[in-house]
Ligand binder design. Structure first.
Ligand code: ZN
Ligand code: ZN
Length: 364
C-alpha cells in the first residue's frame, strides 16, 4: 500500500482548503493513511510533517505497522497527546491563528471541547471537508485485489448457508455456522452482523439473525460479508425454502431484473442517482417500487458503508476504481421480502461484477 503517497496527496490539499493541518481520528482513515490496524490512534498531517500518536498498548504494533510518519507514544488518549504536541511544536506558525481541521462526523463535542481547552485560542478547529473519504472512493490495484479476495471468500461460505438453512433451524444457527466457517477460512471478522431473515421476517430489510425458526416454506434473505486484510465484502442472496409459488417466483424475478438493470447502468461518468433510478424504474413497471425502501447501494472498502451512496438525489459521478454494491430489494410488510446484492468494480469501460455467486432462485 502506498501510504506515504497518500499522505503526500493529502498534504497538497491542505493549503487550497485553508488548513495548516488535519487531525485524523476516524480509524479507517488513519489506517488508510498510515497502515496502522489498532484501535487507539490519531494522525496529524501538516504541510511538511506527519505524526502518528498512540498509547502504550500499541507501542510495538505502531512501530512495526505505521508507514511514512513519526510515531509518538503517549500516556494519555492519542488525541490528548496530539494536542500537547501541537502546542509544543506548532504554536506561532508565523500567523495569528493556526487552522487545524477536524473530522466533524467522527469527533464528539466533548472531545472537541477538551481539545480546544488544551490548544488555547491560538488554534482554530474548523470542520474539514471529507478529503480522505473522497480519496478512498477510488481504490488502487492492491485494494481491488483485497476486496476481490474478500468477495470470493464470502462466496465460498455461501455453500455453508445452503447446507444449514432448513425448516426448524434458527436463523442464529445459520449465522453461527457461517461465521464459524468464515473465521476458520481466514476472515478477520464479519463486515457487519449477519442478516438471516426468514418467513415474514424477510420483509425486514435489516432482519438480523434471530432465534426465530425457519418456516417450512418461504424466502430467507441472507446478507453477509467478511473482512479480509481490512477490506470488506458485502453479498446478499435470497433463497427459498420449499417449492416457491408462482407469485414468489415472480417477485424474485422482478428484483433480479431490477438488479440487472442497475448493473447495466454502471459505467464511468454516470451519475449514481441514475443507477438508483434504473433499478427503481424496473420495479415501478410491476407496481413494486413503493416496496423498495432503501437506496440501491453504497461504496465498500475499509468500511462496509462508505461513499458513494447510490441513491436518488446524489450527483456523484461513477469513476474507474470505485467499488460499489448494487442491492435492490422489495419488502412487503408482514408477508415477505427479497434482496439481491453484488459487489461491483467500476472499470474504464463499464463494470465488473466481483460476486461470482449464482443469482438463480435456489430452493433448499
Ligand atoms: Zn449487504
Ligand atoms: Zn450492502
Amino acid at each position: 500500500m502506498h501510504h506515504a503517497r497518500r499522505q503526500h496527496d493529502l498534504q497538497s490539499m491542505l493549503s487550497p482548503h485553508r488548513l495548516d493541518g488535519l487531525l485524523i481520528t476516524h480509524l479507517p482513515n488513519v489506517r488508510y493513511l498510515s497502515g496502522f490496524t489498532g484501535s487507539s490512534a490519531t494522525l496529524l498531517i501538516t504541510e511538511n510533517k506527519t505524526v502518528f500518536f498512540t498509547d502504550g498498548r500499541y507501542a510495538t504494533q505502531a512501530r512495526s505497522e505505521v508507514q511514512g510518519s513519526r510515531v509518538v507514544v503517549g500516556r494519555k488518549a492519542p488525541i490528548a497527546t496530539a494536542a500537547e504536541w501541537l502546542v509544543k511544536n506548532c504554536s506561532k506558525l508565523h500567523k495569528a491563528r493556526v487552522r487545524i481541521g477536524v473530522e466533524g462526523d467522527h469527533l464528539t463535542i466533548a472531545t472537541r471541547t477538551r481539545l480546544q481547552n488544551t490548544l488555547s485560542s491560538e488554534f482554530l478547529l474548523p470542520e474539514a471537508p471529507a478529503l480522505i473519504e473522497r480519496a478512498r472512493m477510488i481504490k488502487d490495484a492492491a485494494e481491488i485485489e483485497l476486496i476481490r479476495r474478500a468477495v470470493q471468500l464470502a462466496a465460498s461460505l455461501f455453500d455453508r448457508i445452503l447446507e444449514t438453512v432448513r425448516p426448524g433451524a434458527t436463523e442464529a444457527e445459520v449465522a453461527a455456522e457461517l461465521e464459524y466457517a468464515a473465521r476458520k477460512a481466514g476472515a478477520d471478522e464479519m463486515s457487519f452482523p449477519t442478516i438471516i431473515a426468514s418467513g415474514e421476517r424477510s420483509s425486514l430489510p435489516h432482519g438480523r439473525a434471530s432465534q426465530a425458526h425457519i418456516p417450512s416454506r418461504g424466502f430467507v434473505v441472507c446478507d453477509f460479508g467478511v473482512i479480509l486484510a481490512g477490506y470488506c465484502s458485502d453479498t446478499t442472496r435470497t433463497v427459498h425454502v420449499g417449492q416457491p409459488t408462482a407469485e414468489a417466483r415472480k417477485l424474485y424475478d422482478a428484483v433480479r431484473e431490477a438488479q440487472q438493470a442497475a448493473i447495466e447502468a454502471v459505467k464511468p461518468g454516470i451519475k449514481v442517482a441514475d443507477v438508483d433510478r434504473a433499478a427503481r424504474k424496473r420495479l415501478q413497471k410491476q407496481g413494486l417500487s413503493k416496496y423498495f425502501t432503501h437506496s440501491t447501494g453504497h461504496g465498500v472498502g475499509l468500511e462496509i458503508h462508505e461513499p458513494p451512496r447510490m441513491a436518488a438525489g446524489q450527483a456523484e459521478l461513477l469513476r474507474p476504481g470505485m467499488v460499489i454494491t448494487i442491492e435492490p430489494g422489495v419488502y412487503i410488510p408482514g408477508k415477505w421480502g427479497v434482496r439481491i446484492e453484488d459487489t461491483i468494480l467500476v472499470t474504464e469501460r463499464g463494470c465488473e461484477v466481483l460476486t461470482p455467486t449464482s443469482k438463480e432462485l435456489i430452493t433448499v
